[in-house]
Design a protein around this ligand. Structure first.
Ligand code: GNR
Ligand code: NI
Length: 167
């Protein structure tokens, strides 16, 4: 197992689209284990492979604070979603920023486990929200892209000013 580095905005690799997993092999198992270890060390509630520079459709979620094993979702698809709500989000790849985003608070998801077995699950509340946040990472989207226009512009301006200051 290994701790992976978490890419941060504006790293262009966070904007890439991930590919479905076809090989449920040892390399996938290693990625899953490393994502779980990295999540545990991070204090986040979820982590998606592209946040570590890996372009496979893999994500892990743990709302227990490390008390339970993370849930593993490979090649996830949302089958149905309802009950949109306003949720305060943050992202390990956008440190220091929080913002309210509209998300479904109930979803039904189909995915595969690390052995390739398909399953379906109903999620609600923060589990549902986190799954959608992680699935956004699989298509190169960040929660700041979902902020209302003025907040989005303010975020971009502050981020570019911070970069100019650091340079
Ligand atoms: O740790 C995280 N907290 C969080 C809070 C509200 C909605 C989504 C999240 S996910 C985030 C970890 C992360 O960046 N996952 O990609
Ligand atoms: Ni994130």
């Amino acid at each position: 197992m290994a701790l992976l580095a978490i890419l941060e905005y504006p790293d262009p690799r966070l904007r890439l689209t991930s590919q479905p997993v076809e090989a449920f092999d040892a390399s996938l198992g290693r990625l899953v284990d490393d994502l779980c270890e990295t999540l545990r060390a991070s204090k986040g509630i979820g982590l998606a492979a592209p946040q570590t520079g890996d372009r496979r459709q893999v994500l892990v979620i743990d709302l227990s604070g490390g008390k339970a094993e993370p849930e593993i979702y490979i090649n996830p698809e949302i089958l149905a979603s309802t009950a949109p709500g306003l949720v305060e989000e943050s992202c390990l790849s956008v440190p220091g920023v929080v913002g309210n985003v509209v998300r479904a608070t109930q979803v039904r998801v189909r995915a595969r486990d690390r052995s390739g077995e398909a399953f379906e699950r109903d999620l609600e509340g923060m589990s549902a929200v986190c799954l959608q946040h992680e699935m956004d990472h699989l298509v190169g989207k960040l929660f700041v892209d979902r902020l209302p226009l003025l907040r989005r512009l303010r975020f971009r301006f502050a981020a570019s000013r911070a970069r100019a200051q650091a340079a």
